[in-house]
Ligand binder design. Sequence first.
Ligand code: PSU
Length: 305
Amino acid sequence: MSLPLIYAPEVEAARSAGKPIVALESTIITHGMPFPQNVETARAVEAEVRAAGAVPATIAVLSGQIHIGITDAQLDHLAGLKTVSKLSRADLAACLAAGRDGATTVAATMICAHMAGIHVFATGGIGGVHRGAEDSFDISADLQELAQTPVTVVAAGAKAILDLPKTYEVLETLGVPVIAYGQDQLPAFWSAQSPYPAPLRMDSAAQIAAAHLMRGRLGLPGGQLVTNPIPQEDQIPAEVLSPLIEQALAEAAAQGISAKAVTPFLLDRIFTLTDGASLKANVALVRNNARLASAIAAEIGSSTA
Ligand code: PSU
């Protein structure tokens, strides 16, 4: 039986022509940002990828089919849905089998990108170990996915709402290469710097592409996490953000927010508490990640050609 996979015409043409392709996720559209900024950002990020000479493939599930690349009308449909499932590894097959719509998280987007032969994926921030995970056990499935699916994910680090040291400890345990781009410290999503030293540092897209290809040659499962610092001019300093993150976390605990609802709740509260500045920074960092991902995809393409 064939896979329930539909390629957008632009992506199909890129596959035939051997052009670099960059996967993009859809949960950031449906659960990560408010309307209409979510749609504007999705279009702007696709435009960044095109401007960098690659082809964007925004991945989503529509009527039980995995779409590798979506049209403007499909993006509007997805962004306009009142409620839509947030699909991770555990939910993907059930959503497809039921013929429903769903937005793909980092984990599910990696699975779909790999099925479609796409090596590189750009997003904002991956999920990770939530603060208080020693009691809640709330650890994003994104981490396990990085350990098993061979896609290089470009993010601005794990989201700063998480427990960053624990997140990077788990990635180390899982054998996931964590690469900081152009600096020695790990970035912290809305802030370019963190106190945490990066396990690996690379300074060019070519180096990152070579490491990706070498993992494949060695037969190692899993991908790479590239942490790309938000541009200095767009960042929110950690000392400004920290108390607001604490406040949002306290509100989530008081309201009993749990499981898949935690990340969207926190992002929404931080948006309000920063008067929208967190969203502006989020948009800037995703665009920045799209540019680096496009350069890595081009390097991977030229190495295998
Ligand atoms: N990047 C963003 N905003 C987001 C996400 C990524 O800038 O909302 C989404 C991704 O889909 C990621 C998810 O997989 O947040 C993490 O959710 P959780 O913590 O529930 O695993």
